[in-house]
Design a protein around this ligand. Structure first.
Ligand SMILES: Cc1cc2nc3c(=O)[nH]c(=O)nc-3n(C[C@H](O)[C@H](O)[C@H](O)COP(=O)(O)O)c2cc1C
Length: 440
């Protein structure tokens, strides 16, 4: 299988090696096409965003206005703060020039003269590597004014790198734009969508690092070639980041639609100590967890995972073995989302706090079965009631983990609870409805 995004070519992060393997040939080809043809090619290829929502990249580009007196912008989302996701940094390190070439082609297609690569604040090493690669590309005439001569075209664009400050919320596209503008990383209400009113109020496209790194190969080899790889409706390869209780955690580039168990058992070397799998989160910590005994036949693409009751997200596969304490896992996840909630929307700001607090109560041994219902109820009250999808990110792991592993969570609840009713002390067996089983 040909690897598109992370090819097994030594020193591919060196510009001479990249050029030797045809690097920047796709940009040259694209600049001879019309921008509409480039968009059409990407649309027909079936390329879908790799940043979480799996939205068609070509379709998104086509939303950019053709005629406008405002500048247009491209933002590359490399915030990568979702727990379990660590694939974009591989591109910064091992294939920075293909990302740069993808940016050139995308800018040309949408008519942008400036692109911003937004990189996660903690990624010091990768910011530095990407900055060095960008400087080399500028020096060798592949970016900026000099590219006109290099490619023999009238088109040129500038690329800037922006380092975040360590906020998960700034990966959400509208917060990312606010952050780039120097404002607090608060998500914006949509509509208006970025294609009509984005960065500095101008038409803007935002795409994930991996999405854009696919583009040069699509232009070079054609949409038919790309559309035949992997799952029909979600074609191409995917960078699967596998972590947790596996023998060989890492990032594996394989076709979309690869069996989840194949990735865990064959690529990642199976579960440590040959233990059974208790739970897998297939797309980064915000996606619905799946039970280990229900993984047979599940494929890793957007549609198959939706049918299985989860979502592809960033394809960060988190594997938990049979000895895992899921209460501790969920508490850790919920603590993260509580900490990262920007505080703008009340259901998220307050709800994430309640989730953490309730899980802490269960973890301390003072929780009841009613707390399990409370968790689901709080999660339901967050979901769909916030400006951005951080609400869903916080709600889904709780809602689905408690629901799908109720047996597991029941182990941590107090079985005999004493509650005062009408000033008398009553003992009650633990139950989902605390008032249903009061013993007088
Ligand atoms: C809270 C939150 C965090 C996000 N973080 C990221 C991120 O780190 N990287 C990313 O590409 N997309 C992230 N997204 C999704 C982006 O909003 C956006 O959909 C994506 O960058 C679009 O790129 P794509 O279409 O190429 O996938 C996040 C969304 C939310 C709600």
């Amino acid at each position: 299988m040909e690897k598109i995004v992370l090819p097994d070519i030594p020193n591919f992060d060196k510009i001479e090696v990249y050029k030797k393997h045809g690097g920047f040939g796709a940009a040259k080809k694209a600049f001879k096409m019309t921008s509409d043809d480039v968009i059409d090619t990407v649309k027909k290829s079936g390329l879908r965003g790799r940043g979480g929502a799996a939205f068609s990249a070509g379709l998104k580009w086509s939303f950019m206005p053709k005629t406008t007196d405002k500048p247009k912008y491209l933002c590359i989302n490399g915030d990568e703060s979702e727990p379990g996701s660590f694939k974009d940094r591989q591109i910064f390190e091992y294939n920075p020039f293909q990302l740069i070439e993808g940016i050139l082609i995308t800018c040309y297609a949408i008519g942008a003269k400036s692109a911003y690569i937004y990189i996660r604040g903690e990624y010091h090493k990768w910011v530095k590597l990407m900055q060095e690669a960008l400087e080399t590309a500028y020096k060798d005439g592949f970016v900026g004014e000099k590219m006109k001569k290099t490619f023999g075209t009238d088109f040129s664009c500038e690329i800037y790198i922006h380092k975040g400050a360590g906020a998960y919320i700034c990966g959400e596209e509208s917060s990312l734009m606010n952050s780039l503008e120097g404002h607090r990383g608060y998500p914006r209400i949509k509509p208006p969508f970025p294609a009509s009113k984005g960065l500095w109020g101008c038409p803007t496209t935002i795409n994930n690092v991996e999405t854009i790194t696919n583009v040069p190969k699509i232009i070079e080899k054609g949409w038919e070639w790309f559309s035949k790889i992997g799952a029909e409706k979600h074609p191409g390869t995917i960078l699967y980041g596998i972590s947790g209780h596996v023998n060989k955690p890492g990032v594996y580039e394989r076709p979309s639609g690869t069996l989840l168990l194949d990735l865990i058992n064959n690529e990642a070397g199976g579960v440590i100590g040959n233990k059974k799998i208790k739970c897998v989160i297939p797309g980064g910590s915000s996606m619905p967890p799946l039970r280990g005994d229900q993984l047979e036949g599940i494929k890793m693409d957007a549609d198959s995972l939706r049918a299985a009751g989860s979502a592809i997200g960033t394809a960060g596969i988190m594997v938990m073995d049979e000895d895992t304490n899921l209460l501790k896992v969920l508490l850790r996840i919920s603590r993260f989302y509580h900490h990262e909630s920007c505080g703008q929307c009340t259901p998220c700001r307050e709800g994430t706090g309640w989730l953490e607090k309730t899980l802490r109560r269960l973890d301390s041994g003072n929780g009841t079965s009613a707390d399990l219902d409370l968790l689901i109820s709080v999660a339901n009250n967050i979901e769909g009631n916030t400006i951005c999808a951080l609400g869903e990110a916080a709600a889904w792991p709780v809602k689905f983990m408690v629901d799908r592993f109720r047996d597991e969570f029941e182990k941590y609840v107090k079985t005999d609870v004493v509650i005062p009713v009408n000033n008398k002390v009553h003992s009650m067996r633990n139950t989902a409805n605390p008032l249903a089983n009061i013993k007088h």
